[in-house]
Design a protein around this ligand. Structure first.
Ligand SMILES: [Zn+2]
Length: 287
């Protein structure tokens, strides 16, 4: 059964480790992440962006697929199904359709409007026992073809949003989505420390986990980050493994074109990457 992300994140915050939020794109992704979490005895958050939700056929399909996998693969570790960077309308729809957690990304609104909308999402989520993530300070990345340095959140604004009753808070600290440019300045850990001071026990979320050096990730965890979003890295290893399979002509050997064979190396690559992250984040055996 899907669970809210609240309990696993509160435990992670108290225990100074982080839970991996792994974005899923299809059946192979969902299955790879769930099996790895079970093997590692680690809680996990399955992230679904609005685009990925649409790609998979809609939120109801995602909920049905994930619930089916939990049951038939006998997954017993805590699993949350979480809308990633949800719009106001998207968050409401996911709550209605059976997600156990949503992010409402109100970072594009003025702070007053972000607060009003966040409050409404919290009220709806609480009624259903679901968790809510809010964002302060837009997280940079490749949007409209421009790779910007991530914004740095105002710690006071973080406190304001945290006090509304969200269960986890994403704060921009110079992190960006996608692959980091060579001239990236690194995470602003001083601001993270300030945010942590003001928000106390609130689990903090680090988006854009791909390419942040491991020691910086560990430092961020020690400063209160309890959820780390991983998306691009799994996509890259999946694509590389699939490319290798085809370039080696394996799809031409026997029935190598069978999707169950063709997608297997990518599937295994995702599993390996997720395991590596769970070890790095310290969530192994924390289920
Ligand atoms: Zn993000």
């Amino acid at each position: 059964m899907l669970v809210s992300a609240k309990e696993m994140l509160d435990k992670a915050k108290a225990g100074k480790y982080a839970i991996g939020h792994i974005n899923i794109n299809n059946l192979e992704w969902a299955k790879a992440v769930l099996l790895t979490a079970q093997e590692c005895n680690s809680p996990v958050i399955l992230g679904v962006s609005e685009g990925a939700g649409k790609y998979m056929g809609g939120y109801k399909t995602v909920v049905g697929m994930v619930n089916g996998l939990l049951d038939e693969l006998k997954i017993t570790v805590p699993v949350a199904l979480h809308l990633d960077h949800g719009s106001y309308e998207g968050a409401i729809e996911c709550l209605e359709k059976g997600f156990s957690s949503v992010m409402f990304d109100g970072s594009k609104y003025p702070i007053e409007e972000n607060i009003e909308k966040t409050k409404d999402i919290i009220r709806r989520a609480k009624e259903l026992g679901c968790s809510v993530e809010a964002e302060v300070g837009a997280i940079g990345g490749e949007e409209d073809g421009v790779t910007g340095n991530g914004e740095v959140a105002d710690p006071q604004e973080c406190k304001m949003i945290a006090d509304l009753g969200v269960d986890m808070l994403a704060a921009g600290i110079g992190n960006i989505h996608g692959v980091y440019p060579p001239n990236w300045k690194g995470l602003n850990l001083d601001v993270l420390a300030d945010i942590q001071k003001l928000t106390g026990t609130m689990p903090l979320v680090l988006h854009g986990g791909t390419g942040i050096p491991d020691d910086m990730v560990k430092e961020a965890i020690s400063l209160g980050v309890s959820k780390i979003n991983v998306n691009t890295e799994c996509q890259i290893v999946f694509a590389e493994a699939t490319r290798k399979y085809i370039e080696e002509g394996k799809d031409h050997e026997k029935k190598g074109y069978d999707p169950r064979k063709l997608l297997k190396p990518g599937f295994e690559a995702i599993k390996e990457k997720v395991k590596e992250k769970m070890i790095l984040f310290g969530s192994v055996d924390k289920a």
